[in-house]
Design a protein around this ligand. Structure first.
Ligand SMILES: Cc1cc2nc3c(=O)[nH]c(=O)nc-3n(C[C@H](O)[C@H](O)[C@H](O)COP(=O)(O)O)c2cc1C
Length: 388
């Protein structure tokens, strides 16, 4: 068997507290701090704890030049080599590593900047349910957080004395202010169905191509209603439609130039409900929205221009932010409630919408529908402008 090192491999040194009885009996606290090395490789989905001296193996074998199992075993011991092969940190040419080789190839093809690949893949969630694991959502209410975290950093910063500040004229109120102020994250959806016209309007305004221009043979730039790094618009909209008048429930892909929904799987409401819940990691206040829209990035569309670029992944995340604000404004303008969440089970998104997670990966989920008359789950509407 021939073995090589993965192309992208990061090592992290982490301090780990360990309980030691001998330390306690010897008069110590019983807690001994020990360093451990972790291997973080984006072709794997989780970190691997290394043993002392494993790191030396990675210096002895490169991604481009494979060495034989026998040769490496003679140098480092077969137990160590077999363990690193089993962990996927040494990639073999045998059948058992076919999937790993394929993931590595896909990673290389997408021109990832290494740390971004790590952030995208290690930030994935699988099977997270925030009801069972509330801290995953990022803590509890502010009052509860204060008990453990103390006060948050102040809401504004003052860099120079107030006496030096230049005051500004009051902004002239317009209908745009009304729209902006009415936008409030909706966590209480009414049970009814959404008119297809409303869904179509939001999709077109947010994700739809307003124009298409051929810049060179096979190079088409789309004009959309939000800015996009490099003008590449790599984010696709995938629709989980639970209750839309005149649209069979199911999973769809939005065709942004044709302004059409491409059916991926027809499913009844009973089958869709648990999928919606899993997608938004058990956030019940979002799962029952009539429509969820997954924003998933075709990374290579952006990386084609920003090849292995340190800013490229950030740009893709920013694109999603612009889209989500437009999504909420477009819904608000129709008198609907909307939200965005990044607390999603990426693995579920990939399964539902046939994404490989490497060339096309989930970023966030938006949702929309009519607001319920009553607020059961907390919303933040101090201006009282949300339309119910
Ligand atoms: C990127 C992003 C992720 C968010 N994720 C969640 C989430 O997982 N769950 C949730 O209930 N709200 C989520 N929110 C909504 C925020 O909690 C909300 O925007 C914030 O409290 C301010 O309220 P407002 O949107 O009504 O002004 C998210 C917002 C953003 C921008």
């Amino acid at each position: 068997m021939l073995l090589r090192r993965p192309t992208l491999l990061f090592l992290q040194c982490r301090e780990r507290p360990e309980f030691r009885l001998d330390d306690l009996l010897g008069g110590g606290s019983g807690v001994v701090r020990r360093d451990e090395w972790l291997a973080l490789a984006p072709h794997l989905e989780s970190e691997v704890v290394l043993e002392d001296s494993d790191v030396a193996v990675f210096s002895a074998v490169t991604p481009g030049q494979a060495r034989s199992h026998a040769e490496l075993s003679a140098e480092f011991g077969w137990e160590r080599i077999d363990r690193l092969v089993a962990a996927g940190l040494l990639i073999g040419d045998h059948a058992g590593h076919a999937d790993l080789r394929e993931r590595e190839r896909a990673l290389g093809e997408v021109d990832w900047w290494g740390p971004a690949a790590l952030a995208q893949i290690f930030g994935r969630w699988q099977g997270v349910d925030v009801a069972a694991d509330p801290p995953r959502l990022g803590g509890e209410r502010w009052q509860e957080l204060m008990a453990t975290q103390g006060a948050p950093p102040s809401e504004t910063v003052e860099l120079r004395p107030r006496s030096s500040w230049q005051s500004l004229p009051t902004a002239t109120a317009s209908a745009f202010d009304q729209l902006l102020q009415a936008r409030t994250t909706c966590r209480n959806f009414a049970p009814g169905a959404l008119p297809l016209q409303d869904l179509a309007t939001v999709l077109h305004r947010v994700f739809g191509a307003q124009a298409a221009q051929t810049l060179a043979p096979q190079a088409v730039a789309l004009k959309k209603n939000s800015p996009s790094g490099g003008g590449l618009h790599p984010i696709e909209a995938f629709v989980l439609a639970q209750r839309v008048e005149g649209l069979p429930p199911g999973l769809y892909h939005y065709q942004c130039v044709a302004h059409a929904l491409e059916p991926m799987q027809g499913l009844d409401a009973e089958a869709l409900a648990p999928m919606a819940s899993e997608l938004v990691a058990g956030q019940v206040w979002f799962a029952d929205a009539p429509v969820l829209v997954l924003m998933a990035a075709r990374f290579q569309r952006n990386f084609w221009k920003y090849c292995r670029h340190a800013k490229a992944w950030r740009v893709v995340q920013l694109d999603a932010g612009h889209l989500s604000q437009n999504f909420q404004l477009a819904a608000t303008e129709l008198g609907l409630g909307a939200f965005v969440t990044a607390a999603i089970n990426d693995a579920c998104a990939e399964r539902l919408f046939e994404l490989d997670g490497l060339s096309t990966g989930a970023i966030a989920v938006c949702g929309l529908g009519r607001r319920a008359a009553d607020t059961t789950t907390i919303e933040f509407d101090p201006l009282g402008k949300a339309v119910r």
